[in-house]
Write a protein that binds this ligand. Sequence first.
Ligand code: SAM
Length: 415
Amino acid sequence: MKDYGDDISCKKTPNVSLNAEITRRKAFASAFVSGAIVSNSMDGGIVANAQQVPTKIPISASWKAVDGLNSNDKIVSFDASAYKAMVDDSSRTPLFKKSIINRLNSAPNGPESQTVLDLGTGPFAVFAIMAAEAGAGKVYAIEGNPEAAASARATIKSSGLSEIITVYEGFSSDITLPAKADFAIAEIVGSIASEEGAYATILDAHTRLLKEPNNPNSWIPNRIQTYAAPSSYTLHNLFQPPEFDWSKLNGEPVRFNCRDEALQLMSNPILLEDITFSEITNNKSFWKKDITFTIDQERLDDNTLIFYDELRKNRLSKSEAEDVSKRTGRAFTGIAMWPRLFLDADEKIQVNSRSYPNGGHQKSHWQTVLPIMNDVPITGLKGGDEVSVNVDFNVGSDILKPPSYRLNGFVTMYN
Ligand SMILES: C[S@@+](CC[C@H](N)C(=O)[O-])C[C@H]1O[C@@H](n2cnc3c(N)ncnc32)[C@H](O)[C@@H]1O
């Protein structure tokens, strides 16, 4: 069993709550999928017909980075509570502070020789202030959200650091700095690492804003990743058509508090996105690859027990909790994704939003993102079955165009 700690608020709460009234599930029509006979179980969900070996069930999802998130139609934006959750994230902010201080102290001519860029400073200018307090000679703080930029100016003024830190309001691509920076702090990392437009922003910053953009010491973080694993989700099993129509989400993924036990992984995680800021070039903005996850029986067994406990906590009767947890523990909903960051050039300072390498729940303000890849859960999976997807992400080379994501593939069930 895995280790779970305290809860923490996240960038955005999930769309649906386990405390909502639980409706009765209904059986619905049989379907023929991919040449193999599959049918809907009495409790909803697709199950393989035992005579067919193997059974392949198609799965797919596609969405844009801004779907379901606050945005100004161009980049993801945040409300005050989301900004506060970032600053208060004890698994993130102190590690950024350590990296900023280390980087300034490693400058041959001392911290005061360094010009720092805080790209996406936010309303608290948190990293700009850390850099100034650690002795940076000059800090440029860019912020594209007008309210956040105004708050950043006020915060800097009240900290008495206005002489060192200058706030520039607008998209970084529209801003020319008086001088290029020695290094940039750029916490523009989404719950899918690329979804806040980091690729296009850093690509542009390479050409205009940094002295040595190809030097790994020029970026905090220098490398961002997205990990992924097929997942089971209780509410997808509890709420089903015709009362609850998941297709109405229109591809918009469900976003989970990182600690939410309603989502459990069915296999070991696999690296999906891997973006190194010092190596960004214009021709890497498309991510296309094929990935196969192998379902892990031990995880399914663990997950069933966790789901049972959660459902009991949410006042389901013993028999219903047993029934739902057994089914959910073996049911595929979609491929969950979450980020990982390497803050320093040596990759010694790492920020994990779920535990690495197993993907267990832990404290983080980042979310776990789950596209629903079939209108009903695909039930009856067991160890050795496979989930294969073609990953087709366009993480963008234009700051004003949100990244887009597509996952297409199959669940393959062996008899
Ligand atoms: C995840 S928040 C981080 C805020 C703060 N740096 C922190 O770590 O607490 C990212 C911020 O960057 C801003 N941002 C993202 N891309 C930007 C760009 N290309 N130009 C200007 N601001 C940008 C967003 O508006 C947002 O305020």
